[in-house]
Design a protein around this ligand. Structure first.
Ligand code: GP9
Ligand code: MN
Length: 616
């Protein structure tokens, strides 16, 4: 034992690199659900961390004569922290940390109440080797041993060489790898977790420069690239002209809860009834990314995609946009308002709402919040709607008022007195609780509609109600599959990415619209109903009343779905046979996916509306 200890401490650098390497490979293989298609994928996963780890650990001696034991330990702990941060983040979001996510932590208050839910007792194992390295360093110091590292150049070159080989193989295997920064799973799979972080940092540095480098020519190119079709007439064009618009963002609400029962009880009795007299869009997909609720808001307001990393609300609040509030003002003398019971700074909303043209934001400080009437992130949905009524009745008409609900947020906490339905009894507690918080949200909507009717404010209003994004992440999804009695397959997972979209106009006849679409399409559909032609404005939103089922609904990670095909985690599926098929079948759609995402990103990162608005 003594001999081994002495050997390891004499070779402390190699020991550190190897320990971190093994730990990283184990976490990558066991804890990240990566799609492994070939042996080369496994080989890449195994070799990819070596080069970067060599260079990172090398910082402890590359710039001095000897190994610095303390800096070695600090670096070791930092790398472990990075690995663990990625693991925690992945557990919930099934995504990897980006520089933008780290920078926006102050705007979103971290993972908030959700963090504890994500810890596992086995996580201790990730930290055990730190003590071994600490012990080896202690022995070194006790023996007053100084480690002089010969062959530093060779060491650095080997590290760089390993990185170059990894990136080289990755790019040969996936030619678009470095152009599609949003496909983080592919980046991690091909480059390894640490090289991915490195590449991500380069994207981060590139971002601010993009605005400076963009000019009118880029804006013109965007304009010609977006084929805005003249508004196709339908029987719905302008049916809601001049009406007040109430938009309701339903926190974490997935479409599977609609018309679904638990223990013989409907989960959403109010919404199920409302649908009967509404347009119910039954095939709408969540397209949000790391900006969650704010991404959904951004899509509805601008008809552009969220950014590949971070939230546009946080990263680009000083941009110009052609947003819904501004369009409604320009065309029909509307004013726009937002109501949300959380801090105004969360997701940088206070700043971004001004940019988007909202006239006033009623946030946490406008509500009477007590311990009794709040839970999790803020005021409960029922008092939220109740307390909003006075302000709402005073607004300038016509108005667009956006309400962002909050109670149905992970980890789905609810006081017993607010529980109106028994929890489900699947193996997954989070899912069981989710049923109760969704029901609470449904009851809050019921209450809101009652109050609007009481105050005579219901009739002249068009309601747009949408689920903002998934609530049950992949980690807990087994419970939903169990509830629905379906297998845990990629296509069933895709089905769970659907969110409800209900557009209700008092007095209308109900209609189920099963056209395939995404959240980005809400804006064009709403403008169509309000009788405002969408083709005067630059956006990627498509009217759901005329949308083509063969046009892909695009996901921010580069995936897509049409009525016949789906491309998920770099695998192509035939949705009719439910089989995986040659990726060539998906290729024509993927060209459009890359094109649309690129256009959207260049508009946002280049702040191209600076030029586009000037031309109007
Ligand atoms: C917070 C609320 C929830 O204000 O919008 O945010 P989310 O975590 O869903 O983005
Ligand atoms: Mn949300």
């Amino acid at each position: 034992m003594k001999k081994i200890t002495a050997y390891l401490s004499n070779h402390i650098i190699a020991t550190s690199v190897i320990f971190l390497w093994i730990k990283t490979v184990i976490v990558t293989l066991l804890c990240f659900d990566l799609t492994i298609v070939s042996w080369l994928d496994i080989v890449l996963l195994i070799i990819s961390p070596i080069g970067t780890l060599m260079l990172i650990i090398g910082i402890s001696f590359l710039f001095s004569k000897r190994v610095h034991p303390i800096s070695l330990i600090v670096i070791y702990v930092l790398v472990t922290g990075l690995l663990y941060a990625n693991l925690l983040y992945y557990r919930f979001y099934i995504d990897f940390v980006t520089v933008s996510v780290l920078l926006q932590l102050s705007n979103v208050g971290g993972l908030g109440p959700s963090t504890v839910e994500l810890l596992s007792p086995f996580d201790v194992l990730i930290f055990i080797d730190i003590f071994i390295i600490g012990f080896l360093v202690f022995i070194m110091r006790k023996k007053r041993k100084q480690i002089i590292m010969p062959g530093k150049r060779k060491y650095a070159l080997s590290g760089l060489g390993m990185i170059a080989i990894t990136i080289g193989i990755g790019v040969i295997q996936h030619p678009y790898l470095l152009e599609t920064e949003y496909d983080r799973e592919q980046l991690v799979e091909s480059l390894g977790l640490y090289n991915y972080q490195l590449v991500n940092m380069i994207y981060g540095v590139k971002a601010p420069i993009e605005k400076v480098l963009s000019d009118e020519a880029d804006a013109k190119a965007v304009n010609t690239n977006i084929q805005t079709h003249a508004t196709e007439p339908t029987d719905t064009f302008g049916i809601a002209k001049g009406k007040n618009v109430i938009l309701i963002s339903l926190e974490s609400t997935q479409n599977f809860v609609i018309n679904e029962t638990v223990n013989g009880e409907e989960i959403t009795p109010f919404l199920n009834d409302l649908i009967k007299d509404s347009f119910y869009f039954s095939n709408i997909y969540d397209q949000t990314a790391q900006g969650k609720t704010s991404d959904a808001e951004f899509m509805v307001d601008t008809g552009l995609y969220p950014l590949p990393s971070g939230s546009v609300f946080v990263r680009r609040p000083e941009n110009e946009f052609q947003s819904l509030p501004l369009i409604l003002k320009e065309n029909a003398d509307y004013k726009a308002y937002t109501f949300h019971g959380n801090d105004a700074e969360f997701w940088n909303r206070d700043q971004m709402y001004r940019t988007l043209g909202y006239d006033h934001f009623y946030s946490k400080k406008n509500y009477d919040i007590t311990e009794e009437n709040s839970i999790n992130y803020g005021i409960k949905d029922i008092p939220f709607f109740e307390q909003s009524m006075d302000e709402l009745s005073e607004l300038h008409k016509p108005y667009m008022a956006k309400f962002i609900t909050l109670s149905n947020h992970f980890p789905f906490l609810l006081d017993e007195k607010d529980q109106m339905i028994e929890p489900a009894n699947t193996k997954v507690d989070v899912v069981n609780r989710y049923i109760t918080t969704v029901r609470y949200e449904d009851a809050a909507l019921k209450r809101f509609f009652e109050l609007l009717k009481e105050k005579g404010m219901y009739k002249d209003t068009l309601f747009v109600i949408y689920g903002d994004h998934y609530g049950i992440s992949k980690k807990y999804e087994a419970g939903v599959h169990e509830l629905l009695g379906q297998d845990n397959t990629a296509l069933n997972h895709l089905g769970l990415q659907q969110v409800p979209l209900i557009i209700h106009m008092p007095g209308q006849e109900g209609r189920i619209v099963d056209t395939i679409g995404g959240e980005i399409d809400i804006r064009a559909t709403l403008l169509h109903l309000l009788g405002i032609p969408n083709d005067h404005y630059v956006s990627l939103s498509k009217n759901l009343f005329t949308r083509d089922n063969d046009k892909p609904v695009i996901f921010r990670d580069g995936g897509m779905v049409t009525s016949d095909y789906a491309y998920l985690d770099n695998v192509c599926y035939d949705r009719n046979s439910k089989q995986t098929v040659d990726s060539k079948k998906c290729s024509p759609y993927l060209d459009l996916v890359r094109k649309e995402l690129q256009i959207s990103d260049s508009i946002i990162m280049g702040d191209l509306f600076r030029f586009l608005n000037e031309e109007r």
